[in-house]
Every structure is written in C-alpha cells, then in structure tokens.
Write a protein that binds this ligand. Structure first.
Ligand code: BG6
Length: 502
C-alpha cells in the first residue's frame, strides 16, 4: 500500500527479464511508475537473462513491451528518462561466473546499493539463484537493503513449500523475502478492506447470523496460451485457488486487524486460513469439483481448440482448467456459512467478483400478499473488469398491488476519469518502500497449501477421467452439486436482473 513519499533509490535486478511476465507486467509497470514520478531519482533497472544481449538490444525490447501496454501511448520524453535507468547483464542461472560479474557490475558501476532481486523464473530455479546470489555476497546488507521478490507458485504442495522455505532460510531473513500474490496489489482487492473496515454499516451484518453464503469467482476467456508446459503441472486449483482466491476469502472473512501494519494484517489472514475446516479425503467429491475445457465457440474469438490440443499439453492430461470448492470456516463469526470458490479458463466471460448472499428476513411478513418469493439481498464486489459495488434490495413495485422488485444500488469504485493502475505498479513500489503488507508470509502460504492438499491428493490418484466443458460456456452444470441447497446458485453477473441464473 503505497504512500506518496519518495523512498531512497534502489537497483531493481530482474531475473527472467526476457520472459512473459516481464514483458506484459513488470517493464510496463516500471514505466508507469516513471510516468507517475514515483521512481526515486537514481533508481536503476538491471535485466538479466541467458541471451547474449547488450544494453542497446535490451532497450529496443523494452520499447516494444512498453508500447504494447502504455496507457494513453508512450510519452517520448518520459521514455527517454526511463531508458537512462535500463541496463542488461547476461547470467546463466546455473553458472557461477554470471553472478560474479553481476556482483562486480553492481558494485563498480552506477547502481544504488539498495537492491531488489525479482525472481520471475521457474520455481525450480528459485533455490539455485538465491544460493548463487548469497555466494557472491549479494544478499548481505551491510551498506543497503537486499530484498528478494518471489513469484508464485511458492511450492507445489505443503511439503515442497516447506522445503523451499527451508532453503531460503539458509540465505535470507524473513524480512528480506517478498512473496508476491499480484491479486493483493489490485486496487479493488484492497477495497475489500476499506469497504469492510472504513464503513460502520456492514460490520454488524458480516457474520453467520445474516450471511447465507459467499461466492468468489475468477473466470477467464483466455485459455492456457503459451503457458501449457507450466500450467499442466499446476492446474486451476494450484494456479488460482491456493493463491489468489484463498487470499480473497481471507480478506472477506478476517477479523479487523489491530492496525494496517503488515504483521497485523497477515496475522488476521492466517487465523482465517487456519480456521478453514480441513476437507477429509472421503469428502473431496462432495466439496470439490474439477473439469477441463474442450473446443468450443468463444463469444469474441469464435472457435477455439480444447485444452488437449494446446501447445505442450499431453494428449491424456487430466489437469483441471476449472475448479470449484465448498469451504467452511470454523470460527465464531462464520461457522456453518459455505464459501464457494470457483475459477476456470475459457469460460464465457472474464470477471473476478465476490458475491455475498444474505439470509431471508426472519419473519415472512408478506406471505399472504401477491409477493411470490422475496429475492435475498446480495452485495457484489466487482474486482475486474468492472470495479463496482452493487447492493441488491427489494422495493415495492409502483401500483395498487403488493408486489416487489429488486433494485441495484450501484457504486463504482473508480469513475472513468480516474486513473487505473496495474497491481504490479503498487507492488513494485511497496518493495522499494519496504512495505510487506501486500506480500505473503510463509505461514499464509503453508496454511493455504494445507487447505488444498487433500483435494490435490485425491485428484492425483484419479488419473483416468476428467469431466469436460465446451470453451465459451460457464463450465459443467454438475458443479452445482457443491451447493448445500437448491435455492443456492452461481452468480454470473453483478446485475441482479441480468442473467442471474446462468
Ligand atoms: C496468474 C495465473 O497468477 O493469474 C494465471 O497464473 C491467471 O493463470 C492470472 O490467468 C490471472 O490474473 P489477472 O490479473 O489477469 O486476473
């Protein structure tokens, strides 16, 4: 959560700088920070990669990345200033020489001694890079801070996350580690906290007495694209639910923290994650659902191939591209309230939203009138693409009869003229400022793995068959079996009157 003051300058060293994340997110985000005047004066950005490139070639590459993503086009004067900060250094992750020459470059050239290392590389390389950086003493902090940003996934399950953590602990203090979950950098995700804790209206209702259930959805139009090799070893449960959706659930369900300090926030999130009732293996089928997309018609792209035809995917893969869970939080506030989490690729619409369904009023006052069935109240928090908060309430229809209709009280988080910032801009700035509140502590990650591990274990044993859904649909209807009752159903929109039931 960035403040408006400028911090001391630093060197951003990006491992995996030529990769996809750097192209579509990191370099554009750093450029936008330049536009916003938020990069401290002498800050430098050093890309590292295996290719034998030099600074000039790298600048050409960066120009393409920035042109593709710059909001409102590239400002040439600002881009020239940005270019002054850029440099490139060849490093083969497994060869010591590259790290030695990197240490010399950082020491002898014009690089600030505060250094942030961004590991945008394969998770299996995290350990080796940290060890090599440590061997050339780049992780020691005698004259400036040294911070390491680690992309997800942090491990593959509880065991591998523990092993990775143990390895990192040999070379780094916890305060040097920034485990990123880019969802926490999204303005509208942070708005969940503001909505809950900056308004007094909600808190009395925010519990099992008034809330029937909570739904958290992340759906995507896109398929796996060029990331098939990674995705097939992960699947939707690891890729989205273990990280982003459990974080959203923690923000919706946590108790008010004692302050907005990183540790206070993270303590409360961990408490929620620890209170999630473990799914016993025999209940996995009742509480978890998975499926894979086959070919189909997307609303805009038209016909697209199925998952098994994508690049890098084995023909017999049973990796899920759609996953849904029913979870319970066993604490005083939430006991008995189901939380439904759902995510999928190649679905009909791209959207992330939290939908909170309230219970019916305790007294059925309108039973003997023409009101057939009262629509429950809902609060919907649109995270993307619509950044909106809608509240659905019942009002009387005009006229002589006692009939109701549901109306939307609609609030946009951001009006059209207000700037949109990408999650990575916030997070890259937080690293410079040493604010870890939007990064994950190890116990959060480990507890999140414990939530999904039983499901992963059962699914890994069931390798013969996976349900499929046509690309462009909302996923298989069978996912409805997760609901506790027949009157619960998935939301597809933030608008009550618009395709409420899919
Ligand atoms: C990433 C996942 O962490 O989040 C991707 O690995 C997913 O598979 C992406 O597409 C979604 O993020 P966003 O910001 O595009 O909603």
């Amino acid at each position: 959560m960035t403040t408006a003051t400028l911090s001391s300058p630093c060197s951003y060293v990006i491992f995996g700088a030529t990769g996809n994340l750097s192209q579509v997110k990191l370099m554009p985000a750093l450029y936008h920070l330049e536009v916003a005047g938020r990069l401290p004066e002498e800050t430098m950005i050093l890309a590292t990669g295996r290719r034998p490139w030099n600074r000039e070639i790298w600048i050409e590459q960066v120009k393409k990345m920035v042109v593709a993503k710059a909001r409102g086009g590239v400002d040439e004067a600002i881009f020239s200033r940005f270019v002054q900060r850029l440099d490139y250094h060849q490093v083969d992750l497994n060869q010591a020489e590259g790290y030695q020459s990197l240490a010399i470059k950082l020491d002898q050239e014009n690089f600030p001694s505060n250094i942030a290392f961004y590991l945008s590389i394969k998770p299996s390389d995290f350990g080796v890079v940290i060890q090599n950086l440590s061997e050339v003493e780049l992780l020691q902090q005698p004259h400036g801070w040294r911070r390491v940003i680690i992309e997800k996934p942090f491990g593959y399950d509880t065991e591998s996350a523990r092993a990775l953590q143990k390895r990192l602990n040999r070379y780094l203090e916890e305060e040097q580690i920034y485990r990123i979950d880019h969802y926490l950098g999204k303005g509208t995700v942070q708005n969940v906290l503001v909505f809950r804790f900056a308004n007094v209206l909600m808190e009395p209702l925010w519990n099992r007495n008034y809330i029937d259930h909570v739904q958290i959805t992340h759906s995507e139009n896109l398929g796996v694209g060029t990331r098939g090799y990674y995705y097939d070893t992960a699947g939707a449960l690891r890729d989205m639910i273990q990280s982003h959706l459990l974080q959203l659930m923690a923000l919706v369900a946590m108790e008010p923290p004692v302050s907005m300090e990183a540790e206070a926030l993270r303590d409360e999130k961990v408490k929620v994650l620890k209170s999630i009732r473990p799914i016993p293996q025999h209940a996995v089928h009742a509480q978890a659902f998975r499926a894979q997309y086959r070919s189909g018609q997307m609303p805009e792209e038209g016909f697209v191939s199925g998952y098994l035809e994508e690049e890098g995917i084995p023909k017999d893969s049973v990796t899920e591209t759609y996953a849904a869970l029913r979870l319970y939080i066993d604490n005083w506030r939430w006991r008995g309230v189901p939380f439904y989490l759902r995510t999928g690729k190649r679905l009909k619409k791209s959207q992330s939203a939290i939908a909170i369904c309230f219970k019916h009023p305790p007294q059925q006052l309108f039973r003997n009138t023409q009101i057939e069935q009262l629509h429950p109240n809902w609060i919907n928090l649109g995270i993307q693409p619509e950044e909106r908060l809608t509240t659905e309430i019942n009002v009387k229809q005009p006229g002589l009869t006692m009939k109701t209709r549901t109306i939307n009280m609609d609030a946009s988080f951001r009006s059209q003229h207000e700037a949109h910032t990408d999650a990575y801009e916030d997070l890259l700035l937080d690293v410079i400022e040493g604010d870890r509140s939007l990064f994950l502590r190890y116990d959060e990650v480990a507890t999140a793995w414990q939530v999904v591990d039983p499901v992963l274990q059962v699914w890994s044993m069931e390798r013969d068959y996976i349900r499929s859904y046509p690309a462009g649909s909302w996923g298989p209807k069978e996912a409805n079996r997760l609901f506790e009752r027949e009157d619960q159903y998935w939301r597809y929109s933030l608008d009550c009157c618009d395709e409420l039931k899919g």
